[in-house]
Ligand binder design. Structure first.
Ligand SMILES: Cc1ncc(COP(=O)(O)O)c(C=O)c1O
Length: 477
């Protein structure tokens, strides 16, 4: 029997009663050894010249690839004396890494405190609490150096609780987890015949760790990063996108571009639609980032030869994204799917082509500029958008309205030269280009105008007079 002071996950923790059985000694022993499965039912994949296989990280105990670095970072901290028996782990995370850390902490007797913002979905908080972790929620609407901000609170708690902070973005043991486990598994499972490895990158731990191992075995193996459009890895400026868990607006410590042969940007739309298609046709439920990686892998596999084996890394399950990627209403509202034939888009199609490009004003432009833009284009509302087109939905920060501006300037004429961001109103309600016209009509009963989204991006502003002109055109045949 194992000695009382030997904890689960340690080599000495062997119980002779388990000998000859297939009973894992602890849940820690179930981390890794994930299956590799061929994909073959999706039409595009059926027609590929090469073999496309998925590394299914969903079979880790926490349901994601992050169990691997969580274990490695904790074991390394114990070795380095940063984490003592009964100690505390503090990490700002709401996602998969939190689950991995909580599982290992439960087995090895640590207290876990996770810090997150009040923007996080309640299920994510419940999930971490279910594993016995404590959760501290901070307001999202404060500056990063405010003492209440999520980073500052994590810093303070780490100090006060004398805790260990794994910091997966800077921790060298994060990629090491994949050098030690994921890389060798892929080499063994493909009998050394893997030719391409495709994965999304967030902390870059997975792609860099696997690349280090595989390139050592065979430098010809192609390492391909799939990246959300807008993320810095594929040359973007860090502009927002909707796919979760991948891409960044900075370069983490494990970013090692010399190891990557190719980086393929993939849009939110392609990521989400691929996730839905693969889940349906292959019976493998994947999330948006898995869909992104598969979309890139299909591009790679199309160019690969008949003897090639392309492996795509699926980091987690679609179950975590049921209220987004797999919710038809959410998808339609962002303009990713169509609900009908005669929908909002039909109204836009009948308008003057001069309204084809999105009219907007930047938050730093003056009220005078906004008024002139509205007047010269004959419109009464403009969305306020940061940066330059094509905008992400998250870059819309508000709206200006002719009537409201008139009233404000009447009270204070000096506002004419002030910046739009100081006077703008709330954002216009959004409607998807493929949503029912009936919905737009109902929304226009209370809102003067709607912002139409297509592929997750603002496309145009829809007003009551647009809808009336459309009805008139339909009536006139
Ligand atoms: C949900 C999620 N988290 C994280 C990652 C990225 O892994 P890493 O942080 O190892 O780069 C991915 C990659 O696809 C992911 O989908």
């Amino acid at each position: 029997m194992a000695a009382a002071d030997v904890r689960p996950g340690e080599p000495a923790d062997l119980d002779p009663r388990l000998e000859g059985t297939h009973i894992a000694n602890s849940v820690i022993d179930l981390i890794g050894h994930t299956p590799l499965v061929r994909m073959r039912r999706t039409m595009e994949i059926e027609q590929l010249p090469s073999v496309l296989a998925m590394k299914m990280e969903t079979t880790n105990p926490g349901g994601s690839a992050k169990d691997r670095p969580a274990l490695e970072m904790i074991l390394a901290a114990e070795r380095e004396g940063l984490l003592k028996p009964g100690g505390t782990i503090v990490e700002p995370t709401s996602g998969n890494t939190g689950v991995g850390l909580a599982i290992v902490a439960a087995q090895r007797g640590y207290r876990c405190v996770f810090v997150m913002t009040d923007k996080v979905a309640p299920e994510k908080i419940s999930l971490l609490k279910a594993y016995g972790a404590e959760v501290v929620v901070c307001p999202v609407a404060v500056e990063p150096d405010d003492p209440q901000s999520y980073y500052k609170v994590a810093e303070r708690l780490t100090h006060e609780l004398e805790a260990f902070r794994p910091n997966q973005y800077a921790n060298p043991h994060n990629p090491v987890a994949h050098v030690k486990t994921t890389g060798p598994e892929l080499w063994e499972q493909t009998a050394g015949r893997i030719t391409h490895f495709v994965a999304g990158a967030g902390t870059c731990g997975s792609i860099t760790g696997v690349a280090r191992y595989l390139k050592e075995k065979n430098p010809d193996i192609q390492i391909v990063a799939a990246d959300p459009e807008g993320s810095v890895f594929s040359g973007g400026s860090g502009r927002p996108y909707l796919v979760e868990g991948v891409g960044e607006d900075f370069f983490p410590a494990a970013w090692e571009p010399d190891l990557y042969d190719r980086i393929i940007p993939i849009s939110d739309e392609e990521s989400f639609l691929t996730a839905r298609r693969i889940s349906e046709t292959e019976g493998i439920l994947i999330g948006g980032s898995g869909g992104m990686a598969v979309a890139a892998a299909i591009q790679v596999a199309k160019e690969a030869g008949p003897d090639d084996i392309v492996v795509v890394f699926n980091p987690d399950s679609g179950r975590g994204y049921l209220s987004r990627v797999f919710d038809d209403e959410w998808m339609a509202n962002f303009g990713f799917i169509r609900e009908c034939d005669q929908c909002v888009g039909a109204v836009l199609d009948t308008r003057s082509p001069t309204l084809d490009s999105l009219l907007y004003v930047n938050p730093a432009e003056t009220v005078r500029v906004a008024i002139e833009r509205m007047r010269s284009n004959g419109v009464s509302q403009l969305p306020v958008c940061k940066n330059t087109p094509p905008f992400a939905a998250a870059e819309v920060s508000g709206a200006v309205d002719e009537l409201e501006l008139m009233e404000s300037i009447y009270r204070d004429p000096s506002l004419m030269e002030t910046t739009v961001e100081k006077v703008m109103g709330p954002k216009l309600p959004t409607v998807g280009v493929g949503q029912k016209l009936e919905l737009a009509v109902r929304m226009l009963e209370t809102a003067p105008a709607l912002l139409v989204l297509s592929g997750g991006r603002p496309l145009s502003v829809l007003t009551r007079s647009d809808v009336l002109s459309y009805f008139e055109a339909v009536a006139d045949g």
